[in-house]
Design a binder for this molecule. Sequence first.
Ligand code: DSN
Length: 438
Amino acid sequence: MQDTEIQNLIEQEAERQQDTLMLIPSENYASKAVRDAVGSVLANKYSEGYAGRRYYEGNEAIDEIELLAIDRAKKLFGVPHANVQPYSGSPANSEILFALAEPGSTIMGLALSSGGHLTHGHPRVTFSGKYYNSIQFGLTPDAKIDYADMRAKALEHKPKVIFFGTTAYPFILDWEQARKIADSVGAYLVADVSHIVGLIIAGVHPSPVPYAHVVMSTTHKTLRGPRGAIILVTDEGLKKDPDLAKKIDSAVMPGMQGGPHNNTIAGIAISLLLAGQSDFTEYGHKVVDNAQVLSKSLQDKGITIVGGGTENHLLVMDFSSDSEGGGTLVAAALNAAGIVTNRNTVPSDTNPFYPSGVRIGTPAVTTRGMGEHEMRKIAEWIAEVVEIVKSEKLPVAKEERQNYIKDFRARMQANGRIHIIRNLVRDLCAQFPVPGGN
Ligand code: DSN
């Protein structure tokens, strides 16, 4: 039996991925080998437990796959322990908290509007902000991590766990400072390197392994693996707490998860193998070079970039001076032009639903083989779309906004200038086929 409805939608999505510029910094193209593993018979198997200690029979090959993934992770990052079972980043962070803290414990992380992540203690609406006493630190006026704020809040609130990691922050993280702050209050330092893991492996960014007690990462962003996550326990972590590896494993299973996704774990193993090869180093450097060219070209066109530049794979364009919610409109108009981004808060934003920024990044377009010439073209197209959007304003009345945005999307689809850019984007994409095909 073939489900043509779903098959057609998969084909539609494959076409979209081929014909558009994937500039969402957390997205990438997994290799064909990774995708084959994810769609393989491994998905049929239950294997609760860990290698050699399963509750289900028939896990001979599964054990070897998981041990290979663990071994590759340990070697690639230089750590004594790795858990490759977390279903994805948010489950991994909840598992880390389950291992290191108790409900009500004080935890600390970078605020979402400053480029942090929901699971790092975003108040009220997330498990990490609701079940823990969450303290959030922020940025300096020049949009850099405010280490003084981080230190002062740590000393005042004595967190048990400090998450240090970002999702929309363009500069290099100072792991040594973060560790000193954690040590000043005896906290666990957890490095969330989900966004920059590929840059760390490529040696473009410093590794947190010598400083953090626990390092976690998703596996589908700059690592180019399947959607999943890994949790690493470092030598520093074991020095602080000899039971740390055991605590993490128990928190993953049975603490928060049941059977691991063996197909995903095989995909993670493949992506770790590929990331250890020399062309991945080149990839990491190119990702950053491309982001810097994109950032400079956009600024040359008069677009404000949060922090004034980038040292990693992403940047956030800031339209807060244009109108409230400017990022929402720009992202929708860019999508009509085949340039796919996400709306994002900028540090001055108070309304995450209609933010003023648009986050863009270069991991996926770099995987396709695009370089500086293409980044300049993309910047030109973005600037032209921004110009088209300038005369638009979100209604002040919140209840009118959804309808306005719907109508705005239709108008952007029909806009002649957008249509021209859409065709240019399609032509460019045709020159850089998606790796591994559709
Ligand atoms: N959703 C991811 C991102 O886009 O950065 C983080 O979890």
